[in-house]
Design a protein around this ligand. Structure first.
Ligand code: SDX
Length: 429
């Protein structure tokens, strides 16, 4: 017998089914609420208690153990044993690929990685000072004009082509956004390289010298991209799904998701963390002052890289990145005092009642920037690297929403404005 929730309003009882997911998460199905109650809805700013969909892609549990799985595989195993393209395939198509499936996916991506030369004219229109996330969102949307079939959301063939096109072109746009800022000529990669090695070459090859991929940097970037690849219904993924629910194309939905990720409370936090740590270093390493600011309700300062809507214990990705930060910096021979400041801040916060009581732990953004910086990636590109990792997750979630034929997203509200009133002539106001 299926479980039910009973709601009593003005002495009348209403029953609603309770659905249970494969990991025993339960939700009250209120699809019939407005109709049954004559128009009563729910309200939940920030959707802290509201599920937007049923999804088979990513499971995370914010409890004691802090679980994250992509299609049932643990983030720990995937970060340790898989590569980013394999994980992208897993998220998008639901299964780990056979070697031939992976080879075909990569070949299709390489065959579609050319970005029309006219896109460079759009890039030229930006000042060097433009934030790369704004450039990336604009160029992603511009790709629609050069790939008109990418909007045929009802064609399985056109959708597959749109997926391999954006998996191929997005890294080029990322590299061009960086090279625009550093005044480097725009470069293509090399089809003989692996997916991540190719990204590094496009980003860092100098015009007058060969580029040799550092295997330590390549493996670290591959791991970081895996750790960022999906995270169920976060702000930017929910944006991608709701834009796609109007039957807007994949590229338009991704462009919107990039803008949502840009915010400092979301993906922009990795840039904000480094700027915060730099500020603390400039301030003589006075972590206690910044801890006090973070706890002061009159101070808008937050400890960036701390806290999470779902994880109320360690973000499992933060644990993996913290270990990787030590390994990468040691392997590259980089001695970055910022890392020690971060570890000191973490230790203090984990012993401070304000953070302990609110279950605020380091999240994915707390240590990632330290590795990006050691790899030579400028701080304003950190959130772009997050978007590069999150791309397959956004694609997977958008594809699932389309395949599930979900209705257009259109939340309700409770109106609290003026009641009906008549127009006043300006002479009477
Ligand atoms: C990502 O959703 C995802 O999955 C996102 C993400 C993904 O992979 O897609 O995991 C990636 O975006 C990680 C989060 C990156 N953002 C930051 O690091 C910014 C700093 N953290 C926050 O602003 C905050 O913790 C959020 C936005 C992450 C979560 O906010 P919630 O769940 O809405 O919590 P809240 O704002 O209601 O805060 C609850 C309490 C408040 O204090 P009280 O009013 O109870 O006294 O905790 C406090 C907050 O003031 N608080 C913090 C804090 N985070 C929450 N206080 C100081 N520093 C912080 N970082």
């Amino acid at each position: 017998m299926s479980e039910k929730a009973i709601l009593e309003i003005d002495g009348k009882k209403y029953e609603f089914p309770i659905i249970t997911g494969t990991e025993n998460e339960k939700a009250i199905d209120i699809k019939a609420l407005r109709g049954a109650t004559g128009g009563i809805t729910t309200i939940d700013p920030g959707y802290k208690n509201t599920g937007s969909c049923e999804s088979a892609i990513t499971f995370l549990n914010g409890g004691e153990e802090g679980i994250l799985r992509y299609r049932g595989y643990s983030i720990e195993e995937l970060a340790d044993k898989a590569d980013f393209l394999e994980v992208a395939y897993l998220l998008i198509f639901g299964e780990l690929p056979t070697q031939s499936q992976l080879d075909k996916f990569h070949a299709d991506i390489k065959a579609n990685s050319h970005v029309d030369e006219d896109v460079k004219k759009i890039l030229d229109g930006f000042p060097k000072s433009a934030h790369p996330m704004g450039v990336l969102s604009s160029l992603t949307s511009a790709l629609i004009a050069f790939n008109p079939t990418s909007v045929n959301v009802d064609s399985e063939e056109d959708m597959y082509n749109a997926i391999v096109k954006i998996m191929g072109k997005f890294p080029v746009l990322v590299a061009w956004a960086l090279r625009k800022r550093t005044g480097q000529p725009l470069d293509y990669g090399d089809d003989s390289l692996g997916y991540v090695d190719n990204i590094l070459k496009m980003m860092f090859k100098k015009p007058n010298s060969e580029y040799v991929v550092d295997p330590i940097v390549s493996k670290a970037l591959d791991k970081l991209l895996i750790l960022h690849a999906d995270h169920e219904q976060n702000c930017s993924t929910s944006t991608v799904r709701i834009v796609g629910s109007s039957h807007a194309g994949l590229f338009a939905s991704l462009s919107a998701g990039i803008c949502a990720l840009w915010g400092p409370l979301h993906g922009g936090a990795n840039q904000a963390v480094l700027e915060m740590l730099e500020g603390i270093k400039e301030d003589g390493g006075d972590t206690k002052k910044y801890m006090a600011k973070a706890k002061d309700k009159n101070d808008p300062f937050r400890l960036m890289g701390f806290g999470h809507r779902v994880y109320k214990n360690f973000d499992p990705r933060a644990k993996i990145i913290k270990v990787a930060a030590d390994d990468v910096l040691n392997s590259l021979g980089v001695d970055d005092p910022i890392l020690e400041i971060a570890k000191g801040l973490e230790k203090e916060a984990l012993e401070d009642p304000y953070f302990v009581d609110r279950k605020l732990y380091p999240n994915v953004d707390f240590y990632s920037g330290i590795i990006y910086r050691a790899m030579g990636i400028p701080v304003e590109m950190f959130t772009v690297m997050f978007a590069l990792g999150r791309l397959p997750g956004w694609i997977a979630q958008w594809k699932e929403m389309r395949e599930n034929k979900e209705p257009i997203g259109r939340p309700r509200q409770v109106y609290t404005g003026e009641n009906s009133r008549s127009f006043k002539e300006v002479s009477e106001r």
